[in-house]
Ligand binder design. Structure first.
Ligand code: ADP
Ligand code: MG
Length: 452
């Protein structure tokens, strides 16, 4: 019985600058099928289109014509958001340049893709811990990525790629930056994932010494798939056969589709998550599509200098038939004011944090903001405790749940004496503020948690 392919590509072309003088046909008439559990290599010289094909399969390439099915879902008929979700759940990507966020811990880097999917913190931690143990980087959990060797960093990046338990692993020259021993180790780990965890793997490489690892090698040249070679006896790479140490130095190291990849990297997800939090913090009762639109405005306001206030207001009060939400003017104004005021406060916090770092000034700023935005008034007797709780979180000695629990605890027992609802609101808002500096805007980072 023939199984359904997990990836199927029909008559796929990728053309950059179509119809222009500088038109580039990066891929021409690609046809292929990949079965569940296969280990595939895309092989060929630099510039032949390997990465482009990989990104197309990932749903990250826009200049595509033809048919592309991944996990039985036709990518070409999906909306951008659907592709994004599909990508998050189905595909784990590994890059030559790792793309770890330098200012947050290994542990937080690995958990990041789950933040956007709203996986509860406890569950995230558990999955991340298991992965770190599996990949031998558990000891490094609290360190920053730059404190790790290249091989370790790639293990962290692989853990991140696996956190949502995707079926498919796409790896673009994942060992191009590594010395030969680390390269062999990392390739061995990827092969292991394929064999033991039944992940379908596509590995892009231009290094012929890697080929023996694959079940099938797809040879590419000048944007075309020229032939497919089946390895009857695929095997792990042995020590004697040395890998090409200098592979990372070749011109292939340059990532031409960097821009698209960046859009999906972890910090992009983070900003998107933050926007979503802001929206849900102040709004409810919108359709998913409307919320997504509003998120976009917020998201652009968080990163950019542009003021999206007017655009958001217009969108909210414009007639539904004209593509708006159709709210009355007053509601539109009120909601815009609330959303934008929270956005402004977050920007202001970021400024304060950049200026004063982990200091008393920052702590006090936060206490005042948390109080004024939520309307929760801290009792005078609790002010010192609140500052302590805030500082503890900033210094990474506790997590969101710890903050919530202490805010909720009675003053007698050393807490801030808030009721549950207020404690929840304050701790959530606090976390939202912290996200804006977790996001890698400055190097002077909030320290990773002690108690992981
Ligand atoms: P490989 O990964 O095999 O080295 P790529 O897939 O990166 O090759 O590139 C294939 C061709 O497409 C090259 O000629 C490259 O310059 C071109 N190309 C890739 N991405 C872009 C892009 N975003 N814009 C324009 N040309 C691109
Ligand atoms: Mg490439």
């Amino acid at each position: 019985m023939k199984q359904k392919p997990v990836i199927s590509v029909k008559n796929l072309d990728v053309t950059y600058f179509p119809g222009k003088e500088n038109e580039i046909k990066a891929l021409r008439n690609i046809n292929l099928e990949i079965n569940h559990g296969e280990f595939i290599i895309f092989f060929g010289p630099s510039g032949c289109g390997k990465s482009t094909l990989l990104y197309a399969i990932a749903g990250l390439e826009r200049n595509v014509t033809g048919n592309l099915k991944v996990d039985d879902k036709p990518i070409e008929s999906m909306k951008e958001k659907e592709i994004e979700r599909h990508y998050q759940k189905t595909i784990g990507m590994i890059f030559q340049a790792f793309y770890l966020i330098p200012s947050i811990s290994v542990f937080d880097n690995i958990m990041l893709p789950q933040v956007a999917l709203k996986v509860p913190l406890r569950k995230r931690k558990k999955t991340a811990k298991d992965l770190m143990k599996y990949f031998g980087v558990y000891e490094q959990a609290k360190k920053l990525p730059t404190e790790l060797s290249g091989g370790q960093q790639q293990r962290v990046a692989i853990s991140r790629a696996l956190i949502n338990d995707p079926n498919i692993i796409l790896a673009d020259e994942p060992v191009g930056n590594l010395d030969s021993k680390s390269a062999r180790d990392v390739l061995g780990l990827i092969r292991d994932l394929n064999i033991k965890k039944k992940k379908t793997v596509i590995l892009v490489t231009h290094d012929p010494s890697h080929l023996s690892i694959a079940d099938r090698v797809f040879n590419m040249k000048d944007g075309e798939l020229v032939d497919i070679k089946v390895n009857e006896n695929p095997r792990f790479l042995d020590e004697k056969k040395d890998l090409n140490e200098k592979s990372g130095k070749s011109s292939d190291a340059k990532q031409t589709i960097y821009k698209d990849a960046e859009k999906y990297n972890a910090s992009g997800l983070l900003q998107q998550y933050q926007a979503r939090q802001i929206v849900w913090e102040v709004l409810s009762g919108f359709s998913a599509e409307e919320a997504e639109h509003i998120e976009d405005y917020v998201s652009q306001s968080i990163i950019g200098k542009e003021d999206k206030k007017q655009m958001l207001k217009d969108y909210l009060d414009q007639d539904e038939k004209k593509g708006g939400v159709g709210l009355d003017k007053r509601s539109a104004t009120k909601i815009t004011r609330q959303v934008m005021s929270l956005t402004d406060n977050i920007k202001e916090f970021r400024g304060t944090y950049e200026k004063y770092g982990n200091s008393k000034k920052t702590t006090m700023f936060l206490r005042k903001k948390l109080s004024s935005i939520t309307g929760v008034i801290f009792k005078t007797a609790a002010l010192k405790v609140v500052d302590e709780i805030i500082a503890d979180r900033i210094y990474g000695n506790t997590d969101q749940i710890g903050v919530y629990e202490r805010l909720d605890m009675s003053i007698k027992k050393g807490g801030a004496g808030l009721d549950r609802r207020d404690a929840r609101r304050v701790s959530r808002l606090f976390e939202l503020f912290l996200l804006s500096v977790y996001g890698g805007q400055n190097k002077d980072t909030i320290k990773p948690k002690k108690n992981i």
